[in-house]
Design a protein around this ligand. Structure first.
Ligand code: ADP
Ligand code: ZN
Length: 608
């Protein structure tokens, strides 16, 4: 007997406290309920997990969820348990006694959901026991990890293709937040989902305001400013190196911010403790390499700052996407420069991979910089990159707020390219600019005799430096690392020729003096982000204080008890009885039974 979507909606309402499905949730769930496999690409915060959780609860048998990270599993299992759902996880961090108890519950048919890692799942003893267990479905979370074209390739994920043979009658649901068309094809092929329907939601994240700034000085100083303007809010700062995270975290702490570093070089326990502290805090900043992120489902992250840029538009969207998962306003701010681009390209070059894979990655890096440097709405550029059509400008990114004026710099570009050509790629950027200005100290006779020497006195040194960066971004120039004293050479030969011939124009952003592009400062509290009337803020804070205590007592993150959004609704509605409280979004039956009285007591006890 197949459960209906109406029954699924009833579970959504009673267990999770939400009134109706969002976006493509209903369609994906219908597919799973009918016992068919599917591939679902839903944006971060789009409610992917309910797509497999609800069918697991409604279909007979156990719902198996394959997840790449322990942190992700821990969070989801804790949240499910809070809602009264029978869920557990089996991973390397689980003690033998608990493991035995979990298996007992699996065999007794008591569990609705079991979370496992890919390597754990494919281990022979686990597989043997699971093959004797009736399964409702198999969900493969973060499915882009299976693809080399994705940005988080995990070789372990490749083995999951065998699930098709091992469990031919069990529907498999692959879900991810980021996958371009090529990655989606790869997921289908690798996971043997050729016949599965594909559900791809819009990549729009209207709650996210995006900003990108070219670095104009030390990134650290700028990050300190940006964080200071966002005091009292949770944020993530991404840095490109382990050292970088340590240095930035230290500088932030000295400025009085509750900041920690997080990277793969730290001891496992240190990492786990820092993650837990971050999840449980309402105003902490995590300074991390990309080792931190996937599966960090903290819903109230209000900003993500890239002190160093990400490696692709997918990575950008995924990392920035960790802000505002609760749907409330959040910001993504990216700092970038030409040396970051050169570094990214060098790193790809030094990796041991097929040339074809390297080429794809180089292209991805270039597409990212084209977006950062571009004069098009950032959100729209990203969505078009993912293949969306008919995309409108977002109206809130830096480009939408103050469209950059561009000017034609083709002639100047010709001079710069020609100078690089004549100097034979033997000099760095500073020397190149001096040459164009004719300011080189003690030039050799050779250099002073070149026709390009002093040819650029009509532009300032800063304008030349910006133009050289721009040409690097566009691939017309290329940087050779030369042991950290980078030399500049000609880039893409075809493109350079087109510029010489005037067939390709080079446009640069007009730098209006004193009007640097900067992310706006923000000093709003989280309550005003939620547009809460001042009269209700006191109660909202009282509810948060109650939640903080309750979370500390149970040792869980506050948001698995209630989201800010739910507390804000309670503060406004001031329910006097269980029934009214249960009508609020995010208050399901389990939570009502568990916390109803305590919450009503806070509401009653609040004067004014
Ligand atoms: P993601 O797709 O990023 O994994 P989650 O599954 O964690 O997203 O869901 C993000 C948030 O949205 C969660 O807090 C969840 O409770 C909420 N949510 C999911 N579905 C709905 C819905 N239909 N109505 C209201 N809130 C929802
Ligand atoms: Zn925009």
């Amino acid at each position: 007997m197949t459960a209906s979507l109406a029954e699924a909606r009833e579970v959504l309402r009673r267990t999770f406290g939400h009134t109706d499905f969002r976006g493509l949730q209903g369609e994906v769930i219908t597919e799973a309920l009918a016992g068919r496999s599917a591939l679902a690409v839903l944006p971060t915060g789009g409610g992917k997990s309910l797509c497999y959780q609800i069918p697991s609860m409604l279909r007979p048998g156990l719902g198996l969820v394959v997840s790449p990270l322990i942190a992700l599993m821990t969070d989801q299992v804790a949240a499910l348990q809070q809602s009264g759902v029978a869920a557990a996880r089996l991973d390397s961090a689980i003690e033998p006694a608990e493991r035995a108890e979990t298996w007992r519950r699996v065999e007794a048919g008591e569990l609705d959901l079991l979370y496992v890692s890919p390597e754990g799942l494919m281990a022979p003893h686990m597989m043997e026991r699971l093959r004797r267990t009736p399964l409702a479905l198999i969900a493969i979370d973060e499915a882009h990890c299976v693809s080399q074209w994705g940005h988080d390739f995990r070789p372990d994920y490749r083995t999951l293709g065998r699930l098709a043979d091992l469990f031919p009658d069990v529907p498999r649901l692959a879900v991810t937040a980021t996958a371009d068309a090529r990655t989606r094809d790869d997921i289908r092929a690798e996971l043997r989902l050729e016949d599965a329907l594909e559900f791809v939601a819009s990549f729009a994240r209207p709650e996210l305001a995006l900003f990108a700034e070219r670095k104009s000085g030390p990134a650290q100083k700028r990050v300190l400013e940006l964080v200071a303007e966002r005091r009292g809010r949770s944020g993530v700062v991404y840095a490109g190196s382990r050292d970088g995270t340590e240095r930035l975290a230290e500088a932030l702490r000295q400025a009085g911010v509750d900041a920690q570093a997080y990277h793969a070089g730290l001891d496992k326990h240190v990492r786990a403790n820092r993650l837990e502290a971050f999840l449980e805090a309402e105003d902490a900043v995590m300074v991390a390499t990309i080792a931190f992120g996937m599966g960090v489902d903290k819903p109230d992250v209000r900003f993500v700052i890239h002190a160093d840029p990400p490696g692709s538009i997918e990575a950008y969207w995924q990392e920035i996407g960790r802000a505002g998962r609760d749907g409330d306003p959040a910001e993504g701010i990216t700092l970038y420069g030409a040396s970051d681009l050169a570094w990214a390209l060098r790193r790809i070059d030094s990796r041991e991979m097929d040339d074809s894979v390297k080429q794809v990655q180089v292209r991805k890096v270039r597409q990212l910089y084209a977006m950062l440097e571009g004069a098009a709405c950032r959100a729209a550029a990203v969505r078009r990159y993912f293949g969306e059509e008919g995309v409108e400008p977002c109206g809130q990114c830096d480009v939408c707020l103050s469209p950059p004026e561009t000017e034609d710099a083709t002639e100047a570009a010709q001079k710069a390219l020609s100078a690089v050509h004549r100097m034979g790629g033997r000099f760095g950027r500073g020397r190149l600019v001096d040459h164009l200005l004719g300011k080189t100290k003690d030039p050799s006779d050779f250099e002073a005799g070149l026709t390009t020497f002093g040819i650029g006195q009509d532009r300032s040194a800063i304008a030349w430096r910006d133009l050289v960066d721009q040409l690097l971004f566009e691939g017309l120039l290329r940087e050779d690392p030369n042991d950290n004293r980078p030399l500049i050479g000609l880039g893409d030969a075809e493109g350079v020729r087109a510029v010489y011939r005037g067939e390709r124009r080079v446009a640069v952003r007009k730098a209006a003096p004193g009007a640097e592009r900067k992310a706006p400062g923000r000093r709003r509290s989280s309550a005003s982000d939620l547009a809460l009337p001042p009269a209700d803020q006191g109660l909202f804070e009282a509810l948060r204080a109650w939640r903080r205590e309750e979370a500390a007592r149970q040792h869980v993150p506050p948001y698995v008890i209630f989201h800010d959004r739910t507390l804000a609704e309670i503060a406004q509605a001031r329910p006097a009885a269980q029934r009214a409280l249960g009508a609020i979004s995010g208050v399901g039956e389990g939570k009502l039974a568990r916390y109803g009285e305590a919450v009503l007591a806070v509401v009653r006890g609040f004067e004014g």
